[in-house]
Design a protein around this ligand. Structure first.
Ligand code: NAD
Length: 495
């Protein structure tokens, strides 16, 4: 085995080891081998990071920097990101097994988020209020919240981080970011971009480690004003509980079981591409994965057959090979979960159409899993209602629009959805009826810094991206000014 690459955390503008030099190994899912040593932050390490962020917020250069200057710095972060997108993508692919063509594109695309919020940095303003009292002037001032804890999962970390860090910094907050223990290296590489851009020490701090103690210490720290969390529902519950002790604001972006609905009038060629894109890109390890495929009964057999044919042609392979179309899963636990759920779903009455196993051409120790289709008679089958976070799609049949809506909404989740139809009225009716934060009509996975992103129900609350995010990282202060030259009235007379 080659020597492990050793990483350090980024706290207060310095590269530091964890307390006591504690580390853990990070694995390359396409080989199953450890490749990097990551600092394992203790509660004390987290405390140092939060205190550095608090100091930068209250008394560092960040606290007096003009919004326009903050915008210029963020713009520089965006420029540097593009320059390093290839290198960042490579590290992310090693650490997560995601295809290099996806990670390098994503690393470059997220520069747009930093530039979008850079442009908004000096456009966040308060208001004067048409108040109902004579001789009184009232206004609101929009101020940053303080120290933001950003906690992210392993998949698409650079992208998910941009949704939090860009608006938080644009509006004058400071940040402590906790990377996922499953893929910390890309985030530590990413810290170098802030350093190169000249972001002052303490403004962005990146800690690495496990949920407990690192994430727990961060989410329960009394100097944290806002927690922006992306990850699983169970973790969100713990974070909300931790935050409650300090009344920190919390937003959550959680899992999904998103329906992909194909109507009988759809352009079938487009729909099939949409289906493959929705569930098999990133090996299905995506919060918005279209993991429930709903097909109208009239076209059910044709669509299922054509999807299965295309799935059989998917090239599974090395994330660094441009010809690969699907890489491995990120963790062994994830492979085991999927294997259990697929077996259980078949026992429950699901019919395996294809996949359902580790591809025989790979080493048994690798984390590859075949793209899998399971026909489900109804939503009681495990793969039809449980988030798989892998390349497994459950297929259900529907008779009409009403039944499609009922099946689509028959879930605790509500993150995303896809509708394929050539009837514009139907597209609009479905967009109104589906209880999810995103509806993609005749497309899937489109994201943009300008478009809000977030879920309904157990998929979380709060929205990221879009103009509104700047309000999310600020709060209003109301200022009342008495303009009268007269003495203040008798305090016991009501007016
Ligand atoms: P996870 O919830 O296990 O971990 C997410 C982060 O929380 C990690 O950094 C982890 O260390 C940290 N954490 C764990 N316990 C903690 C605690 N007690 N206090 C504070 N932090 C703690 O999620 P995961 O398995 O890494 O990611 C997969 C999940 O994320 C899926 O459910 C997926 O749908 C979801 N996800 C959602 C979105 C979205 O935008 N809605 C995007 C990507 C992933």
């Amino acid at each position: 085995m080659s020597e492990l690459k050793k990483y350090q955390m980024y706290i207060n503008g310095l590269w530091v080891d964890a307390e006591g030099g504690k580390t853990f190994e990070s694995m390359n899912p396409s080989t199953g081998e450890s490749w990097a040593l990551i600092p394992e932050a203790s509660a004390n390490d987290v405390d140092c990071a939060v205190k550095a962020a608090h100091k930068a917020f209250t008394s560092g250069p960040w606290s007096t920097m003009l919004p326009t200057e903050r915008g210029e710095l963020l713009h520089r972060v965006g420029e540097i990101l593009v320059k390093h997108s290839e290198a960042l993508g490579e590290v992310e692919s090693i650490d997560t097994g995601k295809l290099l063509k996806e990670t390098r594109w994503q690393a470059s695309y997220i520069s747009k988020y930093y530039k979008y919020y850079a442009g908004l940095a000096d456009k966040v303003q308060g208001a004067t209020l048409p108040i109902d009292k004579p001789n009184m002037f009232a206004m609101t001032i929009r101020e940053p919240l303080g120290v933001v804890a950003a906690i992210v999962p392993w998949n698409s970390q650079l992208f998910l981080t941009a949704l939090k860090v860009a608006p938080a910094l644009a509006t004058g907050n400071t940040v402590v970011l906790k990377a996922s223990e499953h893929a910390s290296a890309p985030m530590l590489e990413f810290a170098k971009i802030f350093e190169e851009a000249g972001v002052p020490p303490g403004v962005v701090n990146i800690v690495t480690g496990f949920g407990d103690p690192c994430g727990k210490a961060l989410s329960s720290h009394p100097l944290i004003d806002r927690i922006s969390f992306t990850g699983g529902g169970e973790t969100a519950r713990q974070i909300i509980h931790n935050a409650a002790s300090n009344f920190a604001e919390v937003s959550t972006e959680l899992g999904g079981k998103s329906p992909m609905i194909i109507f009988e009038d759809a352009n079938i060629d487009n729909a099939i591409n949409g289906i493959l894109l929705s569930i098999f890109s990133a090996s299905g390890q995506s919060c918005v994965a279209g993991s429930r495929l709903l097909i109208h009964e009239k076209i059910y057999d044709e669509v299922l057959q054509r999807v299965a044919k295309r799935v059989a042609e998917i090239r599974i392979g090395d994330p660094f090979d441009d010809d690969s179309q699907m890489g491995p899963l990120a963790t062994r636990a994830q492979v085991a979960n999927i294997e259990n759920s697929v077996a259980k779903s078949i026992e429950m009455g699901g019919r395996l159409v294809c996949g359902g196993r580790r591809p025989p051409q790979f080493d048994n120790d690798s984390l590859y899993y075949e793209p899998t289709i399971i026909e489900c008679p109804d939503m009681t089958i495990e793969v039809a209602h449980k988030e798989m976070f892998g390349p497994v799609v459950s297929v259900l049949k529907f008779r009409d629009e009403q039944e499609a809506i009922e099946i689509a909404n028959d879930t605790n989740y509500g993150l995303a959805s896809g509708v394929f139809t050539t009837d514009i009225g139907r597209g609009i009716r479905m967009s109104q009826a589906i209880r999810a934060g995103i509806v993609w009509v005749n497309t899937y996975r489109a994201v943009s810094p300008m478009a809000p992103f977030g879920g309904f129900k157990h998929s979380g609350h709060g929205r990221e991206s879009g103009l509104e995010a700047v309000y999310d990282y600020t709060r209003e202060k109301t200022v009342w000014i008495n303009t009268s030259v007269e003495p203040i009235d008798d305090p016991f007379r009501m007016q």
